[in-house]
Design a protein around this ligand. Structure first.
Ligand code: FES
Length: 72
């Protein structure tokens, strides 16, 4: 298994490292800003929680996060 295997938005072909550099250069602070500019997080949405964590911590490689379940 790869160490920290989640590294990119698959739908839009952009690595989190690339998104992080874009976010820093454009002073984006929210996943919504990243999504509006790049599309990342707006298609399947699976990368959105990683983008949010990237913006919080500066990390660009992640372990697979558990999918949050919603019980109503
Ligand atoms: S993996 Fe990023 S929108 Fe699907």
């Amino acid at each position: 298994m790869l160490d920290k295997p989640v590294r990119a938005c698959i739908c839009h072909g952009r690595s989190f490292e690339e998104l992080w550099l874009l976010a820093k250069s454009h002073a984006w602070t929210t996943a919504e800003q990243v999504s509006q500019a790049t599309g990342c997080g707006s298609s399947c949405g699976q990368c959105r929680r990683y983008i949010e964590r990237m913006l919080e911590t500066g990390e660009t490689r992640f372990d697979i996060l558990p999918i949050e379940s919603h019980v109503e």
